[in-house]
Design a protein around this ligand. Structure first.
Ligand code: PEP
Ligand code: MG
Length: 809
C-alpha cells in the first residue's frame, strides 16, 4: 500500500498521542496518531484528500486520504461542547482539497480559554492503518512533514508475541460469574495484553467483555477452561486463577447483602427494614432516539463522548458494574457496526444493549435475567446523554412508598431518596442491582410482590415491613412510632459506613494503617481515587508500556507519570522502576533464552544491565511527579549493592532535571535474601514494601506461573509470614515504614497477621480498598500481634487459614 506523507496542518509543537490528557485519544482508543499543540489559527489539509465529514460545530474534520485511510483531526479537547463558537468551517463534506488548503479557521484565544486543552489529536481511524510519526517532541512550521500513513490489511487480526497458556478454573464465587465478578475480571485483566478466552461447555467468552462473561452462565462449583495468548499470557491467567480462588472478590452472599429472602405476604425481602409512608405509583418513561445518523465519524465521536460522560457519572459497586458494561468491547463493536451502517450513535447503542440483554434473558437463568435490566439501564443512560432528552424522574411526595412494576438502577438513583421511604415492585428479584442499591441506601424493599400491589390506591398510608415481606395498611399510632425510631437508627449507620471509605484508616485502637492502591494504568489511578485509596503503593510501570516495539522515551514517560500524579491529587505515588523479565517479557527488550527466567535477568538486575533504560525512567519520574508525592521503588532487590547502584543513578537523575527536593527511594522485599538482610537494606532504603507474590514463589520454590504447583503458592504459608516478620523487624530497627503491595494485601483475612507482624501500609487493587479499610478498622493491635505469633508457629498455610478464620468469628 502506498504511504501518504502528512504535513503539519498548522505550526505548533509535535507531541506523541499518548501525551494527550484524554483517554479516548491518549490511550489510542480512536486509533494511532500524533498530536500538535497549535500556535496558529487555521487548520489546513495535511495531504491531498476528500473531506468525509465536518460537523456543524466545525471543531473537527475527517478526511479520506489518497490511499484510502481515514484521518480525523480534532481541534482541542472537549471542543464539541463549544457548539461551534470560535470555529468557522472552510470546506464541506465531499470537497476535494490539496495539501495546505484551509479546512477550519478558529479563534485561537477564545478556543484556548473555553476548551479543556488546545492540543489537537490527529489520528488514523481506519482499521489496521499505520502511522509513523517522525521525531515527536519538536516545533513544526505549517507544512512541515511530520508523519506518513499507510493503509493496512483491513481488520487484520492483532498479532501478539508470546505463548499460549491454559488453566482450568473452579468457580467458587457463591453466585458464579455474575455482574460484579464479570466487571472485576475485566478490570483485573486490564493491565495485561494477553487475549483471554473462557470456555464453559460449548459457550466461549471474551474475558475482556462483561456481557460476554455473563452469557457464559458459569455457576458456583463449575470448572471452566481459560486460555490466554500474548506476551503476558501466563501472568494474566495467574492473576485470573488467584482471583477465582478469592471468589472474584465476592463474599459469601455478597450479591445479596440483605437478609436471606423471606417469602411471605406475596413478596420477597430485597432490602430489610421497616418503612412508613404513602403509596406512590412509578411510571417509567424511556427515550426513543432517531434511527439515522449524521455520518460515521461524527456518530462515533458522539458515542465516545456519551460513553465517557455516562461512565464518569457511575459511582459505587453498581457503578463499577455499569462502567464495565459501558467499556465492554463487545457492546462497543456491535454499536460501531451499526454506526458504520448509517445508524445514529443512540440507536446503535440501544441495539447493542438490547441484543446483549436478549442473550442474557434467553439463558433462562434468573440471576442473568436480572442483569439484563442493568444492560437496558445503561442503554437508556447513554441514550439520554446522546439525545439530551431526560426521562424526568417523578416528583415524589414526602415519605413515598414507591410501587412499580419493576425499577431500573438509574431510575432509582434519579429519585429523591430523602423522600423515598420504601419500595415495592410487582416483579424483580432480590439480587437485582436495584435491590442492592436500595439495600446500601438503607431503603426497605420488597420485590416480586405480584401484580396486586399495582392496584393499591395512590396516597394510601402504609407500613412496609420488608423483613416479613408484608405491607400493612392503616397502621396504629404506637406501631408507627416504634417503626419510625428503627428506620432513623439504621439510616445513620449505613451513611457512616458508606462515607468512611474516603477517610484515613485507623485500627480500633487508633493505630494508623495506610491503605494504598496498586496501579497499572492512568484509568486505575482514577479508580483508586474514587474507591478511597490514600495513595499509590505500587505503580507497575512496566504495564504502562508493555505492548511496544520500542522503549518509551523520556517525554512520553514523563507525560504519563505526570498525568497519573495529577489524577492522584496530592496523594503519594510510589513508582516502581521497570520490572521486566521473568513472567513479564516486553517486545522492545527481547530476552536471551533463559532456563529459569524467574531466577534470571529480571527486575533491578535487568535495569542495572541496561542503565540507559533506568536512567531515562528515573529522569522522567523525578521530572514528572512533583515534590514529596514522588517516591521510587526498586523491584527484585537481593542486597545493598543493588540499592546503592540505583541510588547513585537516582541522585544523577535528580541533578540532571534540576530538581531541588530529595526523592524517597524504597525497596521491594520479594526475595528471601532481601527479607533476611532487611536490617542492612533498611539502613539505606527510605521504605520497604513486600511483594508477597514473588516472595512466596521464591520462599516456597513454587513457580507462580506453573499450574502444577499453583495450589501450593499460598502467601499465608508460615515460612512466608516469618520472612515478612523478619523484614518488618529490619525496617523497624532503622525507623523505616514497611508495607505490603503483593496480592496478600488484598486478602482481608491476612490483614491482622500482616499488621501484627509490623506492616503499616497495605496496597491493593482499587476495588479492594473499601473492604480492606472496613476490616482494618475492626482490628486491635494487641490481638493482631498475638494472632501473628500463632500464625508464624503454624506448620502449613492451611493451618494459618484455619487460625485466621477462627479469629474472625
Ligand atoms: C509481588 O511480587 O508481590 C509484586 C507486587 O510484584 P509483581 O506482582 O508485579 O511481580
Ligand atoms: Mg514481584
Amino acid at each position: 500500500m502506498t504511504a501518504v506523507a502528512l504535513h503539519a496542518p498548522f505550526a505548533g509543537w509535535l507531541a506523541p498521542l499518548s501525551s494527550v490528557p484524554d483517554p479516548v485519544f491518549g490511550e489510542g482508543m480512536m486509533g494511532p496518531g500524533a498530536a500538535i499543540d497549535p500556535t496558529e489559527a487555521v487548520l489546513r489539509a495535511p495531504a491531498a484528500a476528500q473531506v468525509l465529514s465536518i460537523p456543524d460545530s466545525a471543531h473537527a474534520v475527517t478526511l479520506l486520504l489518497a490511499n484510502g485511510v481515514e484521518l480525523l483531526m480534532h481541534i482541542g479537547l472537549e471542543t464539541v461542547a463549544l457548539g461551534g463558537r470560535g470555529f468557522e468551517a472552510q470546506v464541506r463534506a465531499g470537497d476535494r482539497v490539496a495539501v495546505g488548503d484551509p479546512l477550519i479557521r478558529f479563534d485561537l484565544d477564545a478556543v484556548a480559554l473555553a476548551a479543556k486543552d488546545l492540543i489537537t489529536p490527529i489520528v488514523v481511524v481506519s482499521e489496521g492503518a499505520r502511522i509513523v510519526v517522525e521525531r515527536p517532541g519538536r516545533l513544526l512550521a505549517a507544512g512541515d512533514r511530520f508523519a506518513s500513513v499507510e493503509a493496512g490489511a483491513a481488520a487484520a487480526p492483532q498479532t501478539r508475541t508470546g505463548s499460549i497458556a491454559r488453566r482450568t478454573i473452579q468457580i467458587s464465587a457463591p453466585h458464579g460469574i455474575h455482574a460484579r465478578p464479570a466487571a472485576r475480571i475485566v478490570a483485573l485483566l486490564r493491565p495485561y495484553v494477553a487475549e483471554v478466552t473462557l470456555r464453559n461447555g460449548d459457550a466461549f467468552a471474551n474475558a475482556r467483555s462483561t456481557t460476554s462473561l455473563l452469557a457464559l452462565a458459569a455457576k458456583h462449583g463449575q470448572r471452566i477452561e481459560a486460555e490466554a495468548s500474548g506476551a503476558d499470557a501466563e501472568a494474566a491467567l495467574d492473576a485470573l486463577a488467584a482471583f477465582a480462588a478469592e471468589r472474584f472478590g465476592d463474599e459469601e452472599g455478597a450479591e445479596a447483602p440483605m437478609k436471606p429472602s423471606t417469602q411471605g405476604g406475596g413478596g420477597i425481602c430485597a432490602s430489610p427494614g421497616l418503612a412508613i409512608g404513602q403509596a406512590f405509583h412509578y411510571r417509567a418513561r424511556t427515550v426513543a432516539p432517531p434511527r439515522d445518523g449524521a455520518g460515521v465519524a461524527l456518530e462515533r465521536e458522539a458515542l465516545d463522548a456519551a460513553l465517557r460522560q455516562t461512565a464518569a457519572m457511575q459511582a459505587g459497586a453498581i457503578g463499577e458494574a455499569h462502567r464495565a458494561l459501558i467499556e465492554d468491547p463487545d457492546l462497543l463493536a456491535t454499536a460501531q457496526r451499526e454506526i458504520a451502517e448509517g445508524r445514529s450513535a443512540a440507536h446503535a447503542w440501544l441495539v447493542a444493549t438490547e441484543q446483549a440483554a436478549a442473550v442474557l434473558r434467553a439463558t433462562g437463568d434468573s440471576l442473568l435475567m436480572e442483569r439484563a435490566a442493568d444492560l437496558e439501564d445503561v442503554g437508556q443512560q447513554v441514550v439520554q446523554a446522546l439525545t439530551g432528552v431526560e426521562a424526568a424522574p417523578p416528583a415524589l411526595p414526602k415519605s413515598a412508598i414507591l410501587i412499580a412494576q419493576d425499577l431500573l438502577p438509574s431510575q432509582f438513583l434519579a429519585l429523591d431518596q430523602a423522600r423515598l421511604a420504601g419500595i415495592v415492585t410487582a416483579a424483580g428479584g432480590p439480587t437485582a442491582h436495584v435491590a442492592i442499591l436500595a439495600s446500601s441506601a438503607g431503603i426497605p424493599m420488597i420485590v416480586a410482590a405480584g401484580e396486586g400491589v399495582l392496584a393499591i390506591p395512590e396516597g394510601q398510608s402504609i407500613i412496609l415491613d420488608a423483613d416479613a415481606a408484608r405491607i400493612e395498611s392503616e397502621p396504629a399510632v404506637d406501631r408507627l412510632a416504634s417503626v419510625a425510631q428503627t428506620i432513623a437508627e439504621r439510616r445513620e449507620r449505613r451513611a457512616a459506613d458508606a462515607s468512611s471509605a474516603h477517610e484515613l484508616c485507623h485500627m480500633a485502637d487508633g493505630t494508623r494503617i495506610e491503605v494504598f492502591a496498586n496501579l497499572g494504568s492512568l484509568a486505575d489511578a482514577a479508580a483508586a481515587v474514587s474507591t478511597g485509596a490514600e495513595g499509590c503503593g505500587l505503580l507497575r510501570t512496566e504495564f504502562l508500556f508493555l505492548d511496544r516495539e520500542h522503549a518509551p522515551d523520556e517525554d512520553e514517560q514523563r507525560a504519563l507519570y505526570a498525568s497519573i500524579a495529577a489524577t492522584l491529587g496530592d496523594r503519594p505515588l510510589i513508582l516502581r522502576t521497570l520490572d521486566i523479565g521473568g513472567d513479564k517479557p516486553v517486545p522492545y527488550l527481547p530476552a536471551a533464552h533463559e532456563e529459569n527466567p524467574a531466577l534470571g535477568l529480571r527486575g533491578v538486575r535487568l535495569s542495572l544491565a541496561r542503565p540507559d533504560l533506568l536512567e531515562t525512567q528515573l529522569c522522567a519520574a523525578v521530572a514528572g511527579v512533583p515534590g514529596e508525592q514522588c517516591r521510587i521503588m526498586v523491584p527484585m532487590i537481593t542486597d545493598l549493592a543493588e540499592l546503592r547502584a540505583v541510588r547513585a543513578m537516582l541522585d544523577r537523575a535528580i541533578a540532571a532535571v534540576g530538581r531541588s527536593k530529595p526523592v524517597a527511594l524504597g525497596v521491594m522485599i520479594e526475595t528471601p535474601s532481601a527479607a533476611l538482610l532487611a536490617d542492612q537494606i533498611a539502613a539505606e532504603a527510605d521504605f520497604l514494601s513486600i511483594g508477597t507474590n514473588d516472595l512466596t514463589q521464591y520462599a516456597l520454590a513454587c513457580d507462580r506461573g506453573n499450574a502444577a504447583v499453583s495450589a501450593k503458592v499460598d502467601a499465608l504459608h508460615p515460612a512466608v509470614l516469618r520472612l515478612i516478620g523478619m523484614a518488618a523487624q529490619g525496617a523497624r530497627s532503622h525507623g523505616r515504614w514497611i508495607g505490603v503491595c503483593g496480592g496478600l494485601a488484598a486478602d482481608t483475612l491476612a490483614a491482622p497477621v500482616l499488621i501484627g507482624l509490623g506492616v503499616t501500609e497495605l496496597s491493593a487493587p482499587p476495588a479492594a480498598i473499601p473492604a480492606i479499610k472496613a476490616a482494618v478498622r475492626r482490628l486491635d493491635m494487641a490481638a493482631c500481634v498475638a494472632l501473628a505469633e500463632r500464625a508464624c508457629a503454624a506448620s502449613c498455610a492451611q493451618e494459618v487459614r484455619t487460625i485466621l478464620k477462627g479469629a474472625v468469628q
